[in-house]
Design a protein around this ligand. Structure first.
Ligand code: SAM
Length: 269
């Protein structure tokens, strides 16, 4: 029976076996891993995941898909959570489902595009418990996510992604590979989580991410202007930038993750 895709849930299904293999192959071939999938849909990726890994948990909001997944994927390795992913507490889920402390955790999703940023930020929050995430997203969002300073499209999402992960644009996926066909092409991005920067902030990560977001509020304005919107005092802002050795005439897009960290630490005092 043909499934009617629901627009409100961002449903665009894939079925090309080569594409499915290419995506799933981005997870290291360790059968003992715990793999969490967001939005299994009709199970395109899930079926292969269940063959390759000992434990797969799929989070799906659409209750109409649950009987189909249960019918097609009959395996003790597989568990469905019928819930909105934005209400999932990833840290508790992982703690409860991990079979041993050494078990590696991977996240994979052909994302529902209407909540791409929300999923990304929730993933970052739980990133200490995960090795790697593999995400399909709109190509345009992917180019922003993987950008570095002084590159086109660099924004607060690029800084957040770099803060938490070694980010990589894996490959572009033509829109014709989906059913129904969306308006734009997509891309696969992998995020291999690291602690390159996190240990420098003593747990103020979320505050730092919020601070960077505010500094990008007016991309075309100088960092001095953006910082002054937070401090409400130009002289104070000049002083902070001076201490951080950041030129006040630079734009938010010219500043690296490490420089944002320096700035944040001086701002916090
Ligand atoms: N994985 C399937 C595939 O690749 O063919 C489906 C991908 S489709 C782009 C996105 C999936 O996410 C759909 O199954 C949709 O129902 C599900 N979804 C949408 N919003 C969700 C939410 N808030 N929480 C969990 N799943 C959601």
């Amino acid at each position: 029976m043909e499934i009617q895709a629901k627009k409100k849930f961002g449903q665009n299904f894939i079925s090309d076996p080569n594409l499915i293999n290419r995506i799933v192959d981005l997870i290291p071939n360790d059968p003992n891993s715990l793999v969490i999938e967001i939005g299994p849909g009709t199970g395109a990726l899930t079926k292969l995941l269940v063959q390759k890994f000992n434990k797969v948990i799929a989070i799906e909001i659409d209750e109409d898909l649950i009987p189909i997944l249960n019918r097609d994927i009959n395996s003790p390795n597989f568990k469905i959570v019928n819930q909105d992913v934005l209400t999932i507490d990833f840290q508790s889920l992982i703690e409860n489902e991990k079979e041993n402390p050494q078990q590696n955790v991977y996240l994979i999703s052909n994302m529902p595009y209407y909540i791409t940023s929300e999923i990304l930020f929730r993933t970052f929050e739980a990133s200490k418990q995960m090795k790697k995430a593999i995400f399909m997203m709109q190509k345009e969002v992917a180019t922003r996510l993987i950008a570095h300073e002084n590159e086109n499209n660099y924004n607060n999402l690029s800084v957040a992604a770099d803060f938490y992960a070694d980010k990589k644009y894996e490959f572009t996926v033509n829109k014709n590979k989906f059913k129904p066909i969306p308006k734009v092409d997509s891309a696969i991005v992998s995020l291999t989580f690291w602690d390159k920067y996190q240990n420098k902030l003593n747990g103020d990560d979320q505050e730092f991410i919020g601070f960077v977001r505010k500094l990008f509020n007016n991309r075309r304005k100088t960092i001095l202007n953006n910082l002054t919107n937070i401090t409400n005092n130009k002289e104070v802002s000049k002083n902070i930038l001076d201490q951080a050795k950041i030129k006040e005439s630079l734009r938010p897009e010219n500043i690296s993750t490490q420089e944002y960290i320096n700035l944040f630490k001086i701002f916090k005092g």
